[in-house]
Ligand binder design. Structure first.
Ligand code: NAD
Length: 493
């Protein structure tokens, strides 16, 4: 088995220490790749390469934005040609059904195309200003930030990387990218594409290894101008601390515990189907997952019975056979999810269905958990308060709109949320009150490259996707022009 390497300064390289680790297919427990294991020394090498590329050779940064956009299109085309392989790699590395991995690759391709067109249409503001200093024009330009460290989680191995790489590169930055050590295979493939289409040396670097070591070095290194991170709130807090040394720009996309609020007048069947997508897609490993269903008391029993019926019918199996649900990413993560389920039972929630590992047939070798529903939950339970990041949903009831809003907002997180009702005015009232960055009315989880993605409260800082996602990777410069050059006496203005 060849060793999956890092990509630094335009070359494929093993770690300085020579260490490697095995990559496991969570559906079978089998080793699928040997991956080089970098450390802080490798990150420093990659940061130096990015620094040289940005501040000295400047090829990528100074490339005409039309040409830079064209390069992103070449990347998108090459990804399109490698679509099946990229999807296969995410399915065997992470455990998600192949069909879902294919959708992720399509989104990732669209993302490169989207940022290609956005960077070709530069914009800025021009202001006529009349200050005490006389008539002036003031205008703004967008410039790249510099060397950007990008750190991502395992739940969408390719897509979470592309959400950062495409806008960061479009803006002209040089990047050092660190995917989750759980799932690196599609990232290695993506960098093969970068290499093949001719990305300038040092403009894009890939480092592989444990987050606590190489992620931390990226956040701390004072030659890194910006660090953007997607992952847990706890690690996001440590990134903030580590980034303080040189007051790096930061972008944080963190965890969630999002409410899915359902009123009695909602289309019940529709609400059930969207609730399924809200919590069981991607084995529940979605930051925006609708993990807290908050439902009007009068329809709760009917809703839970139907949701349980649908959850029990979910097919579970090897991701390559396209079941409804695949495997959890690792044995450790499966145990974590099962521990949460145990805490739900211990703290008095009613287990409606699931609640255990799934071991039928070949699945006995993998890390599968049955879709799990807990009824009669209360705000003080661990399963209601903490992000589980697995196929586990809690049910709570309300009687009034005010109570529903108050329960929905009773969380440290503020990533996402939804409301289901046929009363349009109520839908808008409730959504407006939700302290969350991504919201849905009568649907759950759709996500678009064009619309900004990010959280309130402890779910993060900044936005990805859309125009906002590009601006995260840009500095804004104000340029002021005196329209009447000449000497202005100090006291005359
Ligand atoms: P994680 O926080 O454990 O790891 C995320 C990344 O950070 C990985 O690459 C990891 O290696 C690295 N890392 C770990 N410790 C580090 C440290 N001390 N310093 C720097 N980097 C470090 O998260 P995970 O388990 O990979 O992913 C799950 C989390 O990601 C969930 O909380 C989920 O909500 C969140 N997430 C958020 C979004 C969003 O858009 N808000 C999207 C996807 C996932």
């Amino acid at each position: 088995m060849d060793i999956k390497k890092m990509y630094i300064n335009g070359s494929w390289t093993e770690s300085a220490s020579g260490k490697t680790r095995e990559s496991i297919n969570p559906a079978t427990g089998e080793v699928i790749a040997t991956v080089t294991e970098g450390d802080a020394a490798d990150v420093r090498r990659a940061v130096q390469a990015a620094k040289e590329s940005f501040y000295q050779t400047r090829e990528w940064r100074d490339m005409d934005s039309q040409a830079r956009g064209d390069m992103l299109l070449k990347i998108a085309d090459a990804m399109d040609a490698a679509r099946d392989e990229l999807a296969y790699l995410d399915a065997v590395d992470m455990g998600k059904p192949l069909r879902e991995a294919e959708c992720d690759v399509d989104d990732a391709i669209h993302n490169f195309r989207y940022y290609s067109s956005l960077i070709k249409a530069p914009y800025g503001g021009v202001y006529d200003v009349n200050t005490g200093f006389g008539e002036m024009h003031s205008y703004t330009v967008h410039e790249p930030v510099g060397v950007c460290g990008l750190i991502t989680p395992w739940n969408y191995p390719l897509l979470m990387g592309v959400w950062k790489l495409a806008p960061a590169l479009a803006a002209g930055n040089s990047v050092v990218y660190k995917p989750s050590s759980n799932c690196v295979l599609s990232s290695v493939k993506l960098f093969e594409i970068f290499d093949r289409v001719g990305m300038p040396k040092g403009s894009c670097n890939l480092v592989l290894g444990p987050g606590g070591v190489i992620g931390n070095e990226l956040a701390e290194n004072e030659d890194v101008d910006m660090v953007t991170f997607t992952g847990s709130t706890e690690v996001g807090q440590s990134i903030m601390r580590a980034a303080a040394g040189n007051v790096k720009k930061i972008g944080l996309e963190l965890g969630g515990k999002s409410p899915n609020v359902i009123f009695a007048d909602a289309d019940l069947e529709g609400a059930v189907e969207w609730a399924m997508i809200g919590i069981f897609l991607n084995q529940g490993a979605i930051c925006s997952a609708g993990s807290r269903i908050i439902i009007e008391e009068s329809i709760k029993d009917q809703f839970v019975a139907r949701l349980a019926e649908r959850a029990k019918a979910i097919t579970i199996g090897n991701p390559l056979e396209n079941p409804d649900m695949g495997a959890l990413v690792s044995e450790a993560h499966m145990k974590r999810v099962l521990d949460y389920i145990r805490s739900g039972i211990d703290e008095g929630a009613t287990l409606v269905c699931g609640g255990e590992r799934y071991t039928e047939g070949d699945c006995a070798k993998g890390y599968y958990v049955r879709p799990t529903i807990f009824d009669n939950c209360t705000d003080d339970m661990t399963i209601v308060k903490e992000e589980i990041f697995g196929p586990v949903v809690t049910i709570q009831t309300f009687r009034t709109e005010e109570e529903a809003v108050s329960m929905a907002n009773n969380t440290i997180y503020g990533l996402a949320g939804a409301v289901f009702t046929t009363d349009g005015a109520r839908a808008l009232r409730v959504i407006k009150e939700l302290r969350a960055g991504i919201t849905w009315i009568n649907c759950y989880n759709p996500c678009f490259n064009e619309a900004p993605w990010g959280g309130y409260k402890r779910s993060g800082i900044g936005r990805e996707l859309g125009v906002y996602g590009l601006e995260e990777y840009q500095e804004v410069k104000q340029i002021n022009i005196n329209l009447h050059p000449g000497v202005v006496g100090w006291y005359e203005h």
